[in-house]
Design a protein around this ligand. Structure first.
Ligand code: GLY
Ligand code: MN
Ligand code: MN
Length: 240
């Protein structure tokens, strides 16, 4: 809830002309106000092309009209941390290309969340996301060919180069096994919390994608509690 409050405060406040570190101050001030003594990890406040730098932490660029802002921040409270990412337009409106790319990532994320069921392999969300991201890359005019063939050769990799999930709890990348001794994915137990965080990252100089996509980086990340009744998104109150 504290992490949610921080993200909502940042969304309300972000404007063209502000520096990324001003948004960082707003999100972290809200964390403190709501009772969190520290951040779960260093906040990533990445506007425009900085969103394509995965562990960006300079947070010192002045945001411009038309930029997207990727904000990855989590509050620690009671010895546990949140881990949430939202990507939103600083001027309040997505360009058509930004909206198209965002819709693909959102669809992937929703499919990933649905896959977080008790007994499913822990990486079921990853597989669901890869399917939707690959399908979306075809729609965006980045990839061509049959979905099955593109999936078989990991064609998404240049634009989605990180995993989809990790255990979340005491630490942002919490302890816990992912594979058994024979490399089989561990099944999701009831009560586990993991992230679902697909993204797409199109570098400014990427000639392999349509021009209007270059410089767009998007990630959407929520914290999901695995329950017998189905996945519960603990951070659903931050708008997507
Ligand atoms: N904020 C770190 C991560 O998303 O894994
Ligand atoms: Mn994460
Ligand atoms: Mn994160």
């Amino acid at each position: 809830d504290i992490t949610v409050a921080g993200h909502c405060a940042a969304m309300r406040a972000a404007r063209p002309g502000m520096f990324e570190y001003e948004v960082q101050a707003i999100v972290e001030a809200e964390f403190r106000r709501a009772g969190s003594p520290r951040n779960g990890y260093g906040s990533i406040v990445a506007s425009g092309p900085n969103a394509c730098i995965l562990h960006y932490h300079e947070n010192d660029r002045k945001m411009r009209a038309g930029d997207l802002l990727l904000l990855d921040a989590g509050a620690e409270s009671g010895g546990c941390t949140g881990d949430v990412t939202r990507t939103f337009p600083v001027s309040g409106q997505y360009t058509p290309a930004q909206a198209a790319a965002y819709s693909v990532v959102l669809r992937a994320q929703l499919a990933g969340i649905r896959a977080c069921r008790v007994g499913a392999p822990w990486n079921a969300a990853h597989r669901a996301c890869l399917r939707e991201l690959t399908r979306g890359l075809v729609e965006l005019g980045v990839l061509r060919g049959s979905l099955a063939k593109l999936l078989a050769k990991d064609a998404y990799k240049p634009w989605y180069m990180h995993g989809t999930s990790h255990w979340l709890g005491r630490d942002v990348h919490d302890v816990g096994a992912y594979q058994d001794g024979e490399d089989n994915a561990e099944p999701l137990p009831a009560g586990a919390v993991l992230t679902v965080e697909p993204g797409l990252y199109f570098g400014v100089k990427d000639r392999g994608v349509p021009k209007e996509l270059r410089g767009i980086g998007i990630r959407i990340e929520d914290d999901v509690l695995v329950q017998r009744a189905g996945p519960r998104v603990l951070t659903a109150a931050v708008p997507k």
